[in-house]
Design a protein around this ligand. Structure first.
Ligand code: KIV
Ligand code: NA
Length: 264
């Protein structure tokens, strides 16, 4: 079996087929999601929070994300793997973006990269696309700009919606193959989705987007206080608590290890 490609993603929009994207940061979860049929996996800079324990996405570097991206590629067989370009690795110039993206392609073997922003990153998008690197764009609540936004809040309300629409069209024109829309009003996301030929991938952007993405720890119920847009499809935090407490109790009581776990 071959990997999912940008052509598959674009064909899905033509057919009106919606698809799921999830984040992944290691080989074992990547394998589970790949075998479950998830077509696109994102090694998000959300790793800053869910893997590295920071309270924003800003501190992680290319060096932090490349080993995680390589693990996700090794753990999967069919999914397209997209890596986030972290804060500070692409903003200064097209050359800097190309240097960073090239490292992800060569050292981790990812199939595409994602970066945040609209008109401010068009030169970067064009340079990557010219070099043969598929680019996923990201608009709306772009967490690398949390300090400029003054917090994690809905973007694109009122007048700002027109700018967001213009950014989305400019990114499509610059050659992006898809665009993530994060925390924007559902009616704006719907208008952008119908105005673009490339797919929109929503997170807190309503039901009209061509695809939906969630951070896997959010959808599995590991995150203590998930955002409004998260649906928890499992309750892993309580299942893991039960399991590790059972282990602790059986170690204390001597019930584990039992004879079947012992080499005679
Ligand atoms: O870093 C991330 O996980 C993301 C997705 C939520 C889109 O950018
Ligand atoms: Na991200």
């Amino acid at each position: 079996g071959r990997r999912v490609t940008v052509r598959d993603v674009s064909a899905a929009k033509v057919r009106g087929e919606k698809w799921p994207m999830v984040t992944a940061y290691d080989a074992m979860t990547a394998r589970v999601f790949d075998e479950a049929g998830i077509p696109v996996m994102l090694v998000g800079d959300s790793a800053a929070m869910v893997v590295y324990g920071y309270d924003s996405t800003l501190p992680v570097s290319v060096d932090d994300l490349i080993p995680l991206s390589a693990a996700v590629v090794r753990g999967s067989r069919r999914a397209m793997v997209v890596a986030d370009l972290p804060f500070g690795s692409y903003q200064s110039s097209a050359e800097q973006a190309l240097t960073s993206a090239t490292r992800f392609m060569k050292e981790a073997g990812v199939h595409a990269v994602k970066l945040e922003g609209g008109h401010r990153v068009l030169r970067q998008v064009e340079a990557l696309v010219s070099a043969g690197i598929p680019v996923m764009a990201h608009l709306g609540l772009t967490p690398q700009s949390v300090n400029a936004f003054g917090g994690y809040r809905v973007q694109g309300r009122g007048q700002a919606g027109d700018e967001l629409m213009a950014d989305a069209k400019a990114l499509e024109h610059a050659g992006a193959f898809a665009v993530v829309l994060e925390c924007v009003p559902a009616d704006l996301a719907e208008r952008i989705t119908t105005s673009l030929t490339i797919p929109t991938i929503g997170i807190g952007a309503g039901p009209s987007c061509d695809a939906q993405v969630l951070v896997w720890q959010d959808l599995m119920g590991l995150t203590p206080r998930p955002a409004k847009f998260v649906k928890q499809y499992s309750n892993l935090a309580s299942q893991m608590t039960d399991a590790v407490q059972n282990f602790a109790a059986e170690v204390a009581s001597g019930a584990f290890p039992a004879p079947e776990h012992v080499y005679q």
